[in-house]
Design a protein around this ligand. Structure first.
Ligand code: SAH
Length: 454
């Protein structure tokens, strides 16, 4: 299979820097199931073309699979020749750095849209419309030419894409959409494919008009996985505004040092609960985890959040990748949506949701309750949320507004009590309600807390 990337961006030879491949050399890259070769048929100031040819080893492809249906079938099919998920694996290996959008030598160029012309062949596609639907919304002009077989047009096309895009974006489009075009279902798709899809396509898939089709086809029609991927992309998009907006809430509450006190209180309760494995659901920048790390009785800490940016900050705050920082086995940060059952945090003894529920649409609360109280069922769950009645006491907050522009709702004491009690009843928990921070005789506490146990 064949992939060509060319540019007329001037000087065109910069393509070699972006791809981290010297245009004068032939580069051979070993992959588990074959070999990729990258070379540059043309590399001058006007135009530069990089070609990747992937040779699959049909024997390596079936090795270790045992005798499944039809021995010959395993060897005699189009896997070794047709562009498919194998091409994505090869792209990721050959152009790994370019895919991240980072370049040491051409840092600015890596961030810049440049004129690109891409050819992929042979690509198995049943209907040509699909190509247009998948690529055009991303900014590509799409041309497909059916490759003729001995008996007329074959099921393969030569696809040509042209457009002005960042190289890293172009590579991530190919990485996701080539396997999505491939209707072949005979290889195993696991949970880690959801990870790859969200990691590679996150920035553009969420707003793609055909996102359902792409997720479903990429995940080979495993609908539950496709739903999981989309839920995560949605949650990520919804939290975009959270970080900056959080500062305003902090400013309002700052004089009370409320957030620190709230986190101290929750950390103390988690410790007292006797839990060994704790999940901080909606961990944000990791402030609660930072406190929990100091508690030696807590053996495993899991932070879950839908915002990759917040998780990145949490990683820095916790010094996760640094010498002397906590071990990766003890703390895990997971990108995930809390409205979706998730096996990665299903076996914790305790979970905290500190100032999280009010960031979800009220209509999504039943899904959150199902994932937390119905599926994971930790012995202890601590939920904190603002008390809307107290807002009247913030001089800087116009009447009727929430503390934070990203809050979808804020419960009064009665509303929180109703919600907490109905969740407890439905899922077989007891709940104790209390307040945190200043407690006003009429308006009640600044913040409210429910400690659920079973
Ligand atoms: N618990 C943290 C952060 C609170 S802000 C603290 O107290 O400091 C709310 C957090 O919930 C944000 O980081 C936001 O990204 C996350 N969040 C909102 N909706 C989510 C969802 N559906 N799934 C996962 N995380 C979500």
């Amino acid at each position: 299979m064949f992939l060509s990337i060319s540019t007329t961006h001037s000087p065109a030879t910069d393509l070699g820097f972006l791809l981290m491949k010297h245009p004068d050399r032939v580069h051979e890259i070993d992959i588990a199931f074959g070999k990729a070769t990258v070379f540059f048929p043309q590399a001058d100031a006007e135009r530069c073309q990089a070609v990747l040819i992937l040779d699959l080893d049909p024997v390596a492809l079936v090795r270790g699979r045992g005798e499944s249906a039809g021995v010959m079938d395993q060897y005699v099919n189009d896997r070794p020749y047709a562009a498919s998920s194998f091409l994505s694996v090869a792209l990721n290996k050959a152009f790994r750095t370019a895919m991240t959008g980072v370049s040491r030598e051409r840092a600015e160029l890596a961030l810049m849209p440049i004129l690109l012309d891409i050819v992929v062949a042979p690509l198995p596609v049943q209907n040509d419309d699909l190509l247009e639907r998948l690529f055009a919304p991303l900014g590509w002009r799409v041309e497909a030419r059916r490759i003729g077989g001995a008996d007329g047009p074959s099921r393969y096309v030569e696809l040509r894409l042209s457009g002005t895009l960042r190289l890293a974006d172009a590579l991530s489009h190919l990485y996701v959409l080539i396997p999505a075009l491939d209707a072949d279902k005979h290889y195993w798709v696991g949970e880690d494919e959801v990870e790859k899809l969200v990691a590679k396509a996150g920035p553009w898939l969420a707003s793609h008009p055909d996102r359902e089709t792409i997720a479903r086809r990429y995940l080979k029609n495993r609908r539950s996985l496709a739903r999981a991927a989309l839920a995560r992309l949605d949650a990520e998009a919804e939290t975009e505004v959270t970080a900056s907006a959080l500062r305003r809430e902090e400013a309002l509450e700052a004089p009370l040092r409320l957030h620190d006190r709230r986190l101290d209180a929750v950390a103390a309760l988690l410790k007292e609960s006797g839990a060994r494995r704790v999940a901080d659901l909606g961990c944000g920048e990791g402030r609660l985890l930072q406190r929990l790390v100091k508690e030696r009785t807590l053996e495993t800490l899991i932070g879950v959040d839908a915002s990759s940016r917040d998780l990145e900050r949490a990683r820095e705050r916790l010094k996760l990748d640094l010498a002397g920082g906590p071990s990766r086995r003890r703390i895990r940060l997971l990108h995930g949506a809390l409205t979706y059952r998730d096996a990665r945090w299903a076996d914790v003894d305790a979970a905290a949701l500190v100032e999280v529920i009010e960031h979800l649409d009220a209509a999504r609360l039943p899904a959150l309750a199902d994932a937390v109280f119905g599926a994971a069922r930790p012995k202890t769950v601590i939920v904190t949320t603002p008390n809307n009645e107290y807002n009247a006491l913030f001089a800087d907050l116009p009447a009727g507004q929430f503390r934070h522009p990203d809050h979808r709702f804020e419960f009064t004491r009665e509303q929180f009590a109703d919600w907490a009690q109905s969740v407890a009843e439905r899922y077989g928990y007891r709940v104790a309600l209390s307040g945190l921070g200043d407690d006003h005789p009429e308006h009640g506490p600044v913040c409210q807390m429910g400690v659920f146990s079973r």
